[in-house]
Every structure is written in structure tokens, then in C-alpha cells.
Write a protein that binds this ligand. Structure first.
Ligand SMILES: [Fe+2]
Ligand SMILES: [Fe+2]
Length: 167
């Protein structure tokens, strides 16, 4: 029996959040792929959609699940509510740096490939920030909410996360 099969299945909020973050991870990789093909138009379109989606997810969490978690007591080390807030701040910062760098690419310049090579690390940075934050949410925040909230509240929060309703 594998270790995973002995673990309890993830609760509804943990599962919903995992799916959303997987979508963001996939979208970042697609943007990087388009950049490496020098298909700047497709890379811009992909990044625009990702930025909109990620911004909405952060805003919904700020207004719902992260607040609910903050209201609980005895947060473990490494999972204080302020750390989640700080994660969201760096998320937004790196995302806008990516949008800005993409906007500054000059597609007609002869050194387009070099420009892309120079901005690629920013996109890997966004991926790292996302990965780090995903681990923190999936290990601490969402399992705790899944364990402590009643099923009606969980259902309402899953609905907010998946439809991105801010209020
Ligand atoms: Fe999240
Ligand atoms: Fe988050």
C-alpha cells in the first residue's frame, strides 16, 4: 500500500484550491512555452488571462478563506496569517513584473530572442512563488478550514472559490 492511499482524502476546500493552483501552474508553463517559441502575441494573451484569473483568486481568498483562517486561533509556526498575506503581496508583485516585462518586449527588434532570454527568469520566479504558496495553503490553511468548518460553510466557500465571487 502506498503512503498516499493510507492518507485521508483531501477535504473540499483543499481540493478546490489545488485544482485552481494547478490551472495557474499550467498557464505559467504555457506562457513560458510561447515565449521560447518567440510567439509573443500568444504569450501576451496567455499571460493576460493568467493575470486576470490569478488576481481574482487572490482577491477572493483575501475576502473569504484567508480571513476565516485568520479568525481561528493557535496557528502553527510557518503558517501564521501574516505569512499568507505576505505570499499574496509577492504574488502580485512578481505577476506585475511579468506583465510589465512582457509589455516592454519589442517584437520587431533583431534581438528579440535575447530579450526573451533575459525576461524568462521572471516567469520561473512567478512559478516558484506560486509553488511555495501552494504548499503553504495545501499543508496548513485549507486542511485546517476543511477540518474545522461545518459542511454548509465549506460548501459556500468552495462555491466562492470556484466562481470567484469576491463578496
Ligand atoms: Fe489559493
Ligand atoms: Fe492564496
Amino acid at each position: 500500500m502506498s503512503l498516499e492511499s493510507r492518507e485521508a482524502p483531501a477535504g473540499p476546500l483543499t481540493q478546490a484550491n489545488a485544482q485552481i493552483h494547478q490551472g495557474h501552474e499550467e498557464a505559467i508553463l504555457c506562457v513560458i512555452e510561447r515565449l521560447t517559441e518567440l510567439d509573443i502575441e500568444a504569450a501576451r494573451t496567455g499571460l493576460g488571462a493568467l493575470s486576470e484569473d490569478m488576481t481574482a483568486h487572490l482577491a477572493v481568498e483575501d475576502a473569504s478563506t484567508h480571513q476565516r483562517y485568520g479568525a481561528l486561533s493557535d496557528h502553527p509556526r510557518g503558517a501564521a496569517p501574516e505569512l499568507f498575506e505576505a505570499d499574496h503581496v509577492s504574488h502580485r508583485k512578481v505577476m506585475s513584473a511579468c506583465v510589465e516585462a512582457m509589455g516592454e518586449l519589442n517584437e520587431r527588434a533583431p534581438d528579440l530572442r535575447r530579450q526573451v532570454v533575459l525576461i524568462l527568469p521572471l516567469f520561473y520566479r512567478l512559478r516558484n512563488v506560486l509553488e511555495h504558496h501552494t504548499l503553504r495553503e495545501q499543508r496548513f490553511l485549507y486542511p485546517r478550514l476543511d477540518a474545522e468548518l461545518d459542511s454548509a460553510e465549506l460548501e459556500a466557500l468552495v462555491q466562492r472559490l470556484t466562481t470567484q465571487e469576491e463578496s
